[in-house]
Design a protein around this ligand. Structure first.
Ligand code: FAD
Length: 393
């Protein structure tokens, strides 16, 4: 009989896991709490490590239809506007790592994973939040609303930053507030003056803040993210709000004219209080028995390496590999999930740690900022490239 996998959560991680599981020959049912799939109107950067996984799933054309493939990442001072360093992307990255660097609208990435998962036979249960699970040596059972309980061989918690599955499995409390606030906006490039349009990734670094911009939707829109340090009191789970960006404008008061022009061109922002968890400490945080955690449920991270969704997609690829092996009756499911956990947790921990460190470097002031700028001038691309990351998984 075909093995059964249940996935909790239909974000980018859950859809990638569902696709990988179905392609591995499993029957997959995905439970999503929300009544309809939706992704926030914002962009996402995908390193060559992630694009490689998507290409491996046969999604190269679907990605090429919706993504942009910027030629360079330029790091600039938010204060003076000067270029501090450049990382060549485009063909250089493709040759170095076997896949290009891509930037994409989140809804486009979500949509292409959804279409592929649907085609692979995944069953979707919308408006079905999981209310709990129990597991024994033979099976895992889940409860969702008034539905009769359902049993399966595996449960994957891909239910995000506030993951209920993680709490039932590990009981280690909520994620922590970082004290950083993200402002996000999408602008049609056609509506922008020529000087503000862009086909590259630009990161503006300033004291206690940074702003990143890059093209999405094949270059038709410009994604802008501004992150400032500030007060993030209140209900963090419910922080997604609309704003005129007054906090960001105030923080950028001393910044250079081109950056101020960009930020002033944004009519409305959505803001998030950023949360994370400390880097993973062991394989037990990725899987126990017949339950695996994936994506933000397992390793929520600061967005300063632009790899949160990327690591969820890498997790899914590894999960697919072990699920394919678990079809062999000689290999039991908990052992295979443990193999998934062992193969993933250290890389995820390293990315989480590097993201924290990047935030400190991006937001540096005083002597640290002088040292950062001098190092970028001296080492440039060697400092901005991350071979252990982009060369993976
Ligand atoms: C400002 C910012 C910029 C970022 N930029 C990048 C970037 O450039 N590149 C990158 O790779 N990453 C980036 N990230 C990180 C990335 O957005 C996340 O890591 C990724 O979206 C996590 O996906 P996920 O599927 O694990 O979780 P989510 O997207 O949170 O999905 C979880 C899903 O589970 C559902 N759910 C919750 N509870 C239940 C339940 N009980 N039962 C059923 N369903 C449930 C939710 O409704 C939701 O649909 C960024 C993040 C931020 C905040």
């Amino acid at each position: 009989m075909t093995q059964q996998a249940l996935i909790a959560g239909g974000g980018i991680g859950g859809l990638a896991a569902a696709l990988a599981g179905a392609r591995a020959g499993w029957d997959v049912r995905l439970y999503e709490r929300a009544p309809a799939f939706s992704e926030v109107g914002a962009g996402i950067q995908l390193g060559p490590n992630v694009v490689k996984v998507l290409h491996g799933w046969g999604l190269a054309d679907a990605l090429a239809d919706v993504a942009a493939f910027p030629d360079r990442l330029e790091v600039r001072s938010a204060v003076t506007g000067k270029t501090l360093g450049v990382l060549r992307l485009g063909d250089v990255m493709a040759q170095r790592y076997g896949a290009p660097y891509a930037t994409v609208h989140r809804a486009d990435l979500h949509g292409l994973l959804l279409a592929a998962a649907r085609q692979a036979g995944v069953i979707f249960k919308l408006n079905h939040g999981l209310d709990g699970f129990s597991q024994n040596a033979d099976a895992v059972g889940v409860q969702s609303g008034d539905d009769p309980p359902v049993e399966a061989d595996v449960l994957v918690g891909a239910d995000g930053l506030w993951s209920p599955v993680r709490q039932w499995l590990l009981g280690d409390g909520p994620p922590r507030a970082t004290g950083h606030i993200a402002h996000r906006a999408l602008l049609p490039q056609a509506d922008l003056p020529e000087t503000l349009r862009s086909s590259q990734v630009t990161a503006w670094l300033g004291p206690k803040l940074h702003v990143v911009q890059y093209p999405v939707c094949g270059g038709k829109s410009l994604n802008v993210v501004g992150i400032v340090e500030g007060n993030t009191e209140g209900d963090l789970d419910n922080w997604d709000q609309g704003t005129d960006g007054a906090g960001l404008h105030a923080a950028l008061a001393g910044s250079c004219a081109p950056l101020q022009d960009l930020v002033r061109a944004v009519p409305a922002w959505r803001i998030w209080a950023l949360c994370d968890r400390p880097p993973m400490q062991g394989a037990y945080q990725h899987a126990l028995g017949r339950v695996a955690l994936l994506g933000d449920a397992a390793h929520p991270m600061r967005p300063y390496l632009a790899q949160g969704a990327g690591m969820a997609i890498e997790d899914a690829a590894e999960l697919g590999r072990v699920l394919a092996q678990a079809l062999d009756p000689a290999l039991d499911v908990p052992t295979m999930l443990n193999r998934y956990a062992l193969n993933r947790w250290q890389r995820n921990a390293r990315v989480q740690a590097r993201a924290i460190r990047n935030g400190e470097i991006f937001h540096a002031d005083g002597l640290m900022r002088v040292g950062r700028d001098a190092s970028l001038k001296l080492l440039g691309e060697r400092l901005l490239d991350v071979p252990w990351l982009y060369g993976g998984p």
